[in-house]
Design a protein around this ligand. Structure first.
Ligand code: FES
Ligand code: FES
Length: 210
C-alpha cells in the first residue's frame, strides 16, 4: 500500500480571538515582565552585602579562648584553618563531607562538623577544639571517662567523640543510655567502640555534676 506522510502543520487551536501560540507568547511576556518588576523591587530593598574573595581576606577566629587573626580564602573550611593554619590537629578529617564526625568541634558550645563550616562563617563565634577541653593541664572529665572505660581502639574517631560528648553533656547533664546513643549519633567509629563510648558518657555525666 502506498502511504503518504502528512508533514503539513496542523492548524493552531484558538483561545478566543487568539491562536494558542499567540496566547502563550503573550502570557510569557507578561510573566517575565512581572517577575522582573518583582525582582527589581526586592533588589532595591536588599541590604548591601560585602563581597569578599576569591583571594585571601582577613578573618579573625576565637579558638580555645584565644583571638587568632588569619588571612584565608573564603572557601577555606574551619577544619582546614584549624589544622593547617593554627596547628590544631586534634580534629581529624575522614569523610570531609559532614558524615563521620571525626572533625567535631564546639561552636558556641554546640557540636558542629568543622569540615562543613567555612572559617569565615565561624568569625565571631567561640570555637573549642579537643585541645581546648584540657584546663590547666588537667584532662576534661569526658577524657578521663574514655580512658577508664576503654572507649577507643585505633583512636582516630576519639577526639570527635570526646568533643561531641562534652557538648552533649553540657546540654543534657542527666542523660539515659538511650539519650546518649541518640546524642552521639552523629559520630561514627569503625572499630565499633560504641558500648565503651556510651559507658564513658554516663560516667562523665556523674563526674561533671560532682
Ligand atoms: S570529616 Fe567532617 S564529618 Fe567526616
Ligand atoms: S576507635 Fe578506631 S575508628 Fe573509632
Amino acid at each position: 500500500m502506498n502511504r503518504r506522510k502528512d508533514h503539513s502543520r496542523k492548524k493552531e487551536p484558538s483561545v478566543g480571538p487568539l491562536t494558542r501560540r499567540d496566547f502563550l507568547k503573550g502570557a510569557g511576556v507578561a510573566v517575565s515582565t512581572g517577575m522582573l518588576a518583582a525582582h527589581a523591587t526586592s533588589a532595591e530593598a536588599a541590604p548591601e552585602t560585602e563581597v569578599v574573595g576569591p583571594g585571601a581576606t582577613s578573618i579573625t577566629l576565637r579558638v580555645n579562648g584565644k583571638t587568632q587573626p588569619l588571612s584565608l580564602e573564603p572557601r577555606v573550611t574551619l577544619l582546614d584553618a584549624l589544622r593547617n593554619n593554627l596547628d590544631l590537629t586534634g580534629a581529624k578529617r575522614v569523610c570531609d563531607r559532614g558524615v563521620c564526625g571525626t572533625c567535631t568541634v564546639l561552636m558556641d558550645g554546640k557540636p558542629v562538623y568543622a569540615c562543613s563550616v567555612l572559617a569565615i562563617e565561624a568569625e565571631g563565634r567561640e570555637i573549642t577544639t579537643i585541645e581546648g577541653l584540657m584546663k590547666n593541664g588537667k584532662p576534661h572529665p569526658v577524657m578521663t571517662a574514655f580512658v577508664d572505660n576503654d572507649a577507643q581502639q585505633c583512636g582516630f574517631c576519639t577526639p570527635g567523640f570526646v568533643v561531641a560528648c562534652a557538648g552533649f553533656l553540657t546540654k543534657h547533664p542527666n542523660p539515659t543510655e538511650e539519650e546518649v546513643k541518640n546524642g552521639l549519633g552523629g559520630n561514627l567509629c569503625r572499630c565499633g567502640t560504641y558500648i565503651g563510648v556510651r559507658a564513658a558518657a554516663l560516667e562523665a555525666a556523674k563526674a561533671m555534676k560532682a
